[in-house]
Write a protein that binds this ligand. Structure first.
Ligand SMILES: [Zn+2]
Ligand SMILES: [Zn+2]
Length: 364
């Protein structure tokens, strides 16, 4: 099968022929129909995070189940599914408490070391990012790595439910637990940030303040429910402006969705007494975000890191698909353009330039 393969950090992806194994007992083969371009894959492409190469990127995939292993019970051939990159065993204490993103044994659903690889090229093992590897004509994954969705959800929309949507809305719904009437600030309005804004709107936040450098993204943020926007490139006093809009010294919930130390620290400053700061962006390892003694003692502030919005994929993905079908969740405006697999490097360049929310690779 054809797949976009990273052969070296910093080099463009190459479209190569990759051999795919047969599904084992609880594995499924999915014919991929759409696969979104997410920022975190761009980071993987540019920065060495230690991923073994060759590596198939892409972790926002949707498609149709083509083949199932003998013990698969959750899906059947012909089902429309979304890839779920939150690998979890389902049996450890965190899984049973309802926190699969904190699973202590995600290896349980991977093939053991020494077993035949799922993918290979000329005998060499090819790794799939996030246990998905969605920039390929097919994916071979554990059944826990897919979630069935309604056939009426278009593939290019469904794909986004695999990462950007669940991360953004999950942060609001599952982690911050935003209430009707709360105030919210979101720093960074890419694919995840727009969904954080949208989640806050669904929760009934009173003020939703979107902050970004790009006017086009701020316009988009308004479409997703932002009540106020701040261009941090032209506004000298972002903190003052937020305090003015939210009143009472800041917002109840400040979300950082870029992954920079400075903006994470800004999010702390935007948070009012008793409020919470949530760092969704992938801040560089080794850097830090601080709560001062004042923030803690007089501020009663909380600072929280999170991964994938504490999503429980088989509950949350069908929920968001349902809200989309009812016209209450906006996925349409997230898809800036659809491209072919051959155009993937250009797609990443556009994503990097910040001019678009999401490109989605579609397969015939
Ligand atoms: Zn992602
Ligand atoms: Zn677990």
């Amino acid at each position: 099968m054809k797949a976009a393969v990273m052969t070296e950090v910093g080099k463009p992806l190459e479209i190569l022929d990759v051999d795919i194994d047969d599904p084992q007992s609880r594995e499924v083969v999915v014919s991929v129909k759409a696969s979104g371009l997410c920022h975190s894959d761009l980071h993987t492409l540019k920065t060495d995070f230690g991923w073994p190469v060759p590596l198939v990127l892409g972790h926002e995939a949707a498609g149709v189940v083509e083949e199932v292993g003998s013990l698969v019970t959750s899906v059947k051939v012909g089902d429309r599914v979304v890839g779920n990159l939150i690998s979890s065993c389902g049996e450890c204490s965190r899984c049973r408490q309802g926190y699969p993103t904190m699973c202590s044994n995600p290896d349980a659903i991977r093939r053991p070391a020494g077993d035949r690889p799922r993918y290979s090229m000329n005998g060499e093992t090819v790794t799939q990012i996030g246990d998905i590897g969605g920039f390929a004509e097919k994916i071979l994954v554990h059944e826990r790595n897919v979630v069935k969705v309604d056939d009426a959800v278009p593939f290019d929309r469904a794909a986004l439910l695999g990462c950007g949507v669940i991360t953004g809305i999950g942060a609001v719904k599952n982690v911050a637990k935003v209430q009707l009437g709360d105030t919210v600030a979101v720093i960074g309005c890419g694919g995840v940030g727009l969904n954080t804004v949208q989640g806050a709107a669904l929760a009934g936040a009173r003020r939703i303040i979107a902050i970004d450098l790009q006017p086009t993204k701020l316009d988009l943020a308004r479409r997703f429910g932002a009540t106020d926007v701040i261009n941090s490139g032209t506004e000298d006093d972002v903190v003052g402006r937020v305090r003015e809009i939210a009143s009472e010294g800041g917002v109840d919930h400040a979300f950082e969705v870029i992954g920079l130390e400075a903006t994470a620290q800004l999010a702390v400053e935007l948070t009012r007494v008793g409020g919470g700061t949530y760092v969704i962006g992938k801040v560089k390892p080794g850097s830090g975000v601080q709560l001062s003694a004042d923030d803690l003692l007089r501020g009663h502030k909380k600072l929280k890191g999170l991964f994938m919005g504490y999503t429980i994929a088989d509950l949350d993905i069908p929920l968001y698909a349902d809200l989309y079908q009812q016209g209450r969740l906006n996925l349409d405006d997230l898809v800036s353009e659809t491209i072919s697999l051959d155009q993937i490097n250009e797609g990443y360049e556009k994503l990097e330039s910040g001019e678009i929310a999401r490109s989605v690779v579609v397969f015939d």
